[in-house]
Design a protein around this ligand. Structure first.
Ligand code: ZN
Length: 491
């Protein structure tokens, strides 16, 4: 009897512990949820454009420091002074005038609905050209992004950047379209496209060196961002003539093969635009050819970031499917049109089976596509078993941060366990090389044999220690599991 009672008490304690470890997010007040999500270890972020992540205030600060001008007609950051033209004002004069400063911040973000009578879509996408401070301040932007993630207890990032845009696209323009992707690829190589790889590596060196300097890495006052592991995704623009997109994609493949900091490629720009629409399938065939259907280098693609309000129904019918089946994408950015695609349920099942992850950007989709987080297909993706991970897209333009996307997911019906899966997916489905800690990514019930019974422990032992030492992915997962355990224990 005594033994039975002890067992019963043990079971009750275990049940109590389990209940405490599974918070009911739907019952939290907005304030409680915000605090919870900021502290929750969100694993990493797989969809974050370095050019859209910076808060407008930092951009204005850098413009003042660099003596740049502001175009007062467009409310846009322009080049260095003297700001003699009628429409220009020194950034310092704008920063010192509260009304002008506020108008500029409105212009660089989507915080002011209906600003200049633009739709959220037009305001969002046009903001990139008005806030352009890359590559000059790329290292500062990188530091700001990494510090922001560390402050939110998140320590892995894959950031999208477009290095050597002018040179690669210029080469594409000179070579021209040679009738098909294979012939164009050969002509680009002959013209020396791959010779740009060292310039990209040098740009990356400079970017990282400046970020480390800003974050004081290695010094006693080192910022939290120094602890964030960062990798880069090479983003090509889907606008303009196809040979220019091809040149960027081809350089991306060469860079990813040569420089370990670059782990995958992406295709970006408004997917409903003229070129993105008319060349959509040609772009998919380019990626298929250049990457050998994703076997040569990992492929993530923006796909299905459209609604029936933005494109004709025929366009909504195939975007994600073509990215997966033609281009060989292992990750899909947005995928909001997926439920409207032809054979949607079969496609979702195919993605679940293949382990193709959707990078879900709730607040960006709210601003650009006018999809309320509660109506977002994220709930349906979870139900269909499609792996998903939450990310910000362009937090500086959205005036948000990753914790906000996690909080918005609760309005979509996501439970604590769903968000834990999102966080774990951000590393398991990253393009980091090496075997992971889990035999069943997106479920997380079975660790790999080497680490059975060890996940969440302080230090790995035996074969698990060897795995963590040799695999970048396992190392990041180990760190994240430690953070999760500490977070849950502290509640
Ligand atoms: Zn994006």
């Amino acid at each position: 009897m005594k033994r039975f009672l002890a067992a019963l008490v043990g079971a009750l304690v275990a049940a109590g512990a389990a209940a405490a470890a599974t918070p009911d997010l739907a019952k939290m007040s907005p304030a409680e949820l915000a605090a919870f999500m900021t502290a929750f270890p969100k694993g990493g972020e797989l969809h974050n454009h370095l050019g859209g992540g910076t808060p407008a205030e930092d951009i204005l600060t850098w413009a003042v420091e660099d003596g740049l001008c502001v175009d007062m007609v467009e409310l846009a950051i322009r080049g260095a002074g003297p700001c003699t033209a009628d429409n220009l004002k020194p950034a310092a004069a704008v920063a010192g005038d509260e009304a002008l400063r506020s108008a500029l911040i409105d212009s660089l973000t989507v915080r002011h609905p209906g600003f200049r009578d633009r739709s959220g879509h037009d305001q969002f996408f046009s903001a990139f050209a008005r806030r352009s401070v890359l590559p000059r301040r790329g290292g500062d932007a990188l530091a700001e992004t990494l510090d922001g993630l560390a402050r939110q207890n998140t320590f892995y990032a894959e950031l999208m950047v477009s290095p050597q845009v002018g040179t690669s696209r210029g080469l594409g323009a000179r070579v021209g379209w040679r009738g098909d992707p294979a012939a164009t690829r050969a002509a680009l190589s002959e013209a020396g496209l791959e010779k740009l790889v060292p310039a990209v590596s040098a740009d990356t060196d400079a970017l990282e060196a400046r970020a480390r300097q800003v974050m004081k890495c290695g010094a006693p006052a080192a910022h939290g961002g120094c602890q964030v592991t960062v990798r880069f995704l090479f983003q090509a623009l889907r606008q303009g003539p196809p040979e220019q997109t091809m040149a960027q994609l081809q350089l991306a493949v060469a860079v990813i093969q040569a420089d370990k900091r670059w782990v995958g490629l992406q295709l970006v720009a408004p997917e409903d635009s003229y070129d993105a629409t008319r060349y959509y399938d040609l772009h998919m065939h380019m990626v298929d050819l250049l990457t050998d259907h994703g076997r040569k280098v990992p492929v993530a693609l923006h796909a299905g970031e459209v609604t029936l309000k933005l494109v004709a129904p025929a366009e909504v019918s195939h975007r994600v499917r073509d990215a997966v089946e033609i281009a060989g994408a292992r990750r899909i950015g947005h995928g909001t049109d997926l439920p409207l695609e032809t054979g949607a349920a079969q496609l979702a099942a195919e993605m679940a089976a293949k382990g193709v992850l959707v990078e879900v950007n709730l607040l960006s989709n709210q601003a650009i596509l006018e999809i309320d987080p509660k109506d977002h297909p994220y709930a349906w993706l979870r139900k269909m078993g499609v792996p998903a991970s939450l990310s910000t897209d362009d937090a500086g333009i959205s005036r948000s941060e990753l914790a906000g996307d996690y909080a918005a997911a609760v309005r979509n019906g996501a439970t604590y366990d769903d968000l834990k899966t999102s966080a774990r997916n951000a590393i398991a489905f990253s393009f980091l090389p090496g075997e992971g800690l889990w035999a069943d990514p997106n479920s997380y019930r079975r660790p790999v044999a080497a680490c059975a019974g060890q996940i969440g422990a302080e230090t790995p032992h035996g074969a698990c220690a060897e795995l963590v030492a040799r695999s970048d992915k396992a190392r990041e997962q180990w760190r994240h599991e430690r953070l999760l355990k500490a977070f849950e224990a502290a509640r």
